[in-house]
Ligand binder design. Structure first.
Ligand code: G
Ligand code: G
Ligand code: G
Ligand code: NA
Ligand code: MN
Length: 242
């Protein structure tokens, strides 16, 4: 895989109470590939199997920081927190963690959140914990992506310095049913008890957005709020909203 060829899109994240943009999630796209392989779901798993996930995640981080650095300072501040997806494979890779520290200690950077994705199991929890404790000194917060939908368990919530959980779009899609609503309410309660913030993903309807606001969810992403966009279009959107 030629990681130089990866494109980045940025999905705005909205504060549920205010309706304003409170961050962006960086999502990789592989433009040269045939249709299904353009989706990260496909190529991240391939990268994980081939041992390329740390390189890919580092490439995305570098490229995102480069793009963000070109923005005027005021615009950069308006983007608030920048979320980067980090494979569990990368989070267990000492060289990846070292490279991130090297990258961030050498230049100013935005407030970062690393979303630990559950596409691979975590065998070395202590490596991940020490890694994220070290990264917290560089202003990087840890988010658990697709919370309780993949390999990750409740155990991670207490074993790692978690600042955010992300409710997956599969759970958001079931908000309209009593059981689904109850599950999301439970996840939000759980986070509250740990003083962890909650972001819901995959909000596609006004009803879902309103339900999440009523439940006290902190922030949300989804096609109904904004699709993932090139960075310049996110800047335009923020200019229109704020
Ligand atoms: O953008 P899309 O919805 O297709 O993303 C699918 C999944 O791929 C998401 O769960 C996201 O976490 C993951 N993903 C997107 N970009 C990256 C990346 O740069 N690194 C890793 N590890 N995962 C990513
Ligand atoms: O779980 P993860 O962060 O990897 O998922 C992000 C993925 O979900 C990205 O591929 C993004 O393009 C996609 N996505 C973002 N908003 C929505 C939405 O409202 N509905 C659906 N179905 N997918 C979404
Ligand atoms: O509210 P209405 O359905 O007219 O929404 C128009 C567009 O504005 C939608 O596509 C949606 O993405 C966006 N939108 C709806 N509600 C909110 C909100 O509370 N905050 C922000 N920033 N955008 C919203
Ligand atoms: Na993510
Ligand atoms: Mn997710």
């Amino acid at each position: 895989m030629d990681s130089e060829g990866l494109d980045l899109v940025f999905q705005p994240k909205f504060n549920c109470a205010r309706g304003t943009v409170c961050g962006v999630e960086v999502l990789a796209r592989w433009p040269g590939a045939s249709a299904p392989w353009q989706r990260p779901d496909c190529f991240i798993r391939l990268a994980e199997r081939e041992g390329l996930a740390p390189e890919l995640d580092l490439h995305v981080l570098k490229k995102a920081l480069r793009q963000l650095a070109r923005l005027p300072a005021q615009t950069r501040r308006a983007l608030k927190t920048v979320s980067i997806n980090v494979s569990a494979v990368s989070a267990q890779d000492a060289r990846f963690l070292q490279s991130v520290k090297g990258l961030l200690s050498s230049r100013p950077h935005p407030k970062l959140m690393f979303e630990l994705t559950e596409t691979a199991p975590i065998h070395q929890l202590s490596v991940v914990r020490k890694g994220f404790e070290a990264l917290s000194h560089y202003g990087i917060d840890l988010s658990l992506d697709d919370f309780l939908c993949g390999h990750a368990t409740l155990n991670l919530l207490t074993a790692l310095p978690v600042r955010e959980i992300k409710i997956d779009k599969r759970d958001v899609a079931r908000l309209g049913t009593p059981a689904g609503y109850g599950r999301v309410a439970g996840l939000i309660d759980l986070a509250r008890q740990g003083e962890i913030s909650v972001t819901a993903e995959g909000v596609e309807t006004r009803e879902q957005w309103q339900a999440l606001r009523a439940l006290g969810c902190d922030s949300a992403q989804g096609f109904w709020l904004s699709r993932p966009l090139p960075l310049a279009e996110v800047v335009t959107l923020i200019g229109q909203l704020h």
